[in-house]
Design a protein around this ligand. Structure first.
Ligand SMILES: CC(=O)N[C@H]1[C@@H](OP(=O)(O)OP(=O)(O)OC[C@H]2O[C@@H](n3ccc(=O)[nH]c3=O)[C@H](O)[C@@H]2O)O[C@H](CO)[C@@H](O)[C@@H]1O
Ligand SMILES: C=C(OP(=O)(O)O)C(=O)O
Length: 439
């Protein structure tokens, strides 16, 4: 195994240009929805079965949290996840586990609602910019809870939660979902104003309603939750991962190939499909699949990442890789996380001409990329670098594979099924030590 500059070991992906990608990929369940549903399952008073939860690293951490708190979590032979929340005996989430992924904050809303008190380590997740949780805490406080911040964790408690009117100062999918979780069993009615309209919000509301909750209006910017005293068990299938699907469509553009993503909900990819069309790809949507036809001449475009239904911030990194292939000047601005450009210096190592000024990446596309060592600082930066590696001459070696595996159960298998040459390596040279997060 490879030794990093500070003595850590690391794996890396080796990607070689293999021409046009061609074929079909079945899209797994959404990471972001799954993480919300797994915490939401704690709210139930009966057994919950979830279909389509991906076996990604974040879900494995939740498995370890589940063991700590007494939430039973079993995979069936059919790949369903059966959760029994009836014997949860602790509402303390270990800071080490909580800080290894972002969505640990959902345990705050769910366990607060069920037990009236919860202690959770501060959330981690992709570390590309400051990611406050003030709107989550504001929602809990509006429902009558008190928040105490410690060094590594925060405690939220309430003798009883009461429905309230909550206005979010910014549109946030995380706080919208967390407020729904906390309000689901509160006394009275909660109104969420300026709520996020993301598919993951709608999916979580659908799941809660399948358990007997009364959540109305999810998918609009005003959600009404009529609290209920208990929730049953139930069954729910998670929505497909629109972010993985979008990146595979971009891979078709990157290599001039033809890629079909199956088991998707095309409406969830509306802005992505439109933007790829502007960039010159041909796209064909069917009931549950989309085919992207790449082109020799990708066109330069302007992309502004925004909250749903805007172009997803989690897709601007693979889109940036694609735009390195578009002749002319492209602009990528991220209005959700304005400094989310950690992938740019890495793309530059491969020969891309990109400059970040303020909130915008200016891409002078059409120049050839050349393989080299790069580091994935987060899951989508990883996807971006894989796409760049597919088009680069020579071999691209990507460290930081653990970030990529946080979001993808089988990233290698899916790309290989399309003809990509990509392997996981566990040894190599000192140059791979580009990581600053390994100490
Ligand atoms: C686990 C999960 O689902 N992660 C997703 C979730 O992250 P996350 O839940 O962190 O993102 P949010 O939707 O909450 O963030 C949207 C915006 O609101 C701001 N904000 C958020 C909460 C808060 O209390 N205060 C505040 O100011 C954020 O800084 C950001 O500018 O949505 C992001 C935006 O689509 C995606 O990139 C992440 O993949
Ligand atoms: C930012 C992301 O994830 P998280 O919020 O889990 O860090 C992502 O999936 O791109």
């Amino acid at each position: 195994m490879l030794k990093g500059k500070r003595g850590c070991t690391m794996n890396y992906f080796e990607v070689e240009a293999a021409g046009r990608l061609h074929g079909e990929v079945r899209i797994p369940g959404s990471k972001n929805s799954s993480l919300a549903l797994l915490a939401a399952a704690c709210l139930a008073d009966g057994i919950v079965t979830l279909e389509g939860i991906p076996e990604i690293d974040d879900v494995k951490v939740i498995g370890r949290i589940a063991r700590d708190i007494g939430l039973s979590m079993q995979w069936t032979a059919q790949g369903e996840l059966v959760l029994d929340p009836r014997y949860i005996h602790s509402a303390v989430i270990d800071p080490g586990k909580a800080s290894s992924f972002r969505a640990s904050y959902y345990f705050a809303g769910a366990l607060l609602a069920k037990f009236g008190r919860v202690t959770v380590g501060f959330p981690g997740g992709d570390d590309f910019t400051s990611r406050p949780i003030d709107q989550h805490l504001k929602a809990f406080q509006a429902l009558g809870a008190k928040v105490y911040a410690g060094e590594e964790s925060y405690t939220v408690e309430a003798a009883s939660l009461r429905g309230a009117d909550i206005y979010f100062d910014t549109i946030t999918s995380g706080a919208t979902i967390n407020a729904m979780l906390a309000a689901a069993r509160a006394r009275g009615t909660t109104n969420l104003y300026h709520a996020a309209v993301d598919p993951e919000v709608v999916d979580t509301a659908a799941f809660l309603n399948a358990l007997g909750a009364k959540v109305y209006g999810a998918g609009t910017d005003r959600i009404r939750i009529v609290g209920v005293p208990y929730l049953d068990g139930g069954r729910h299938a998670v929505i497909p991962d629109r972010l993985i699907a979008g990146a595979f469509l971009m891979a078709a553009g990157m290599t001039g190939g033809v890629v079909t993503v199956r088991d998707v909900i095309p409406e969830h990819l509306g802005s992505c499909i439109a933007k790829l069309g502007e960039a010159g790809l041909e796209l064909e949507s069917r009931e549950s699949s989309i085919t992207a036809y790449g082109t020799e001449g990708v066109r330069a475009v302007r992309v502004r990442a925004a909250m749903y239904p805007g172009f997803a911030t989690d897709l601007q990194q693979p889109m940036t890789a694609l735009l390195t292939q578009a002749k002319g000047k492209s602009l990528v601005t991220d209005h959700v996380f304005p400094n989310r450009f950690n992938h740019v210096p890495q793309l530059r190592r491969l020969g891309a001409e990109i400059e970040v000024r303020g909130e915008t990446a200016f891409i002078r596309g059409g120049r050839p990329l050349t393989g080299g060592w790069v580091h994935a600082t987060d899951v989508r930066a990883g996807t971006c670098l894989i796409l760049a590696g597919l088009a680069a001459e020579g071999v691209t070696r990507i460290t930081g594979t653990e970030h990529i595996q946080r979001g993808y159960a089988d990233v290698l298998g899916s790309f290989r099924a399309l003809g990509a040459k990509i392997t996981l390596q566990t040894g190599g040279r000192q140059e791979a030590a580009l990581s600053s997060d390994c100490s």
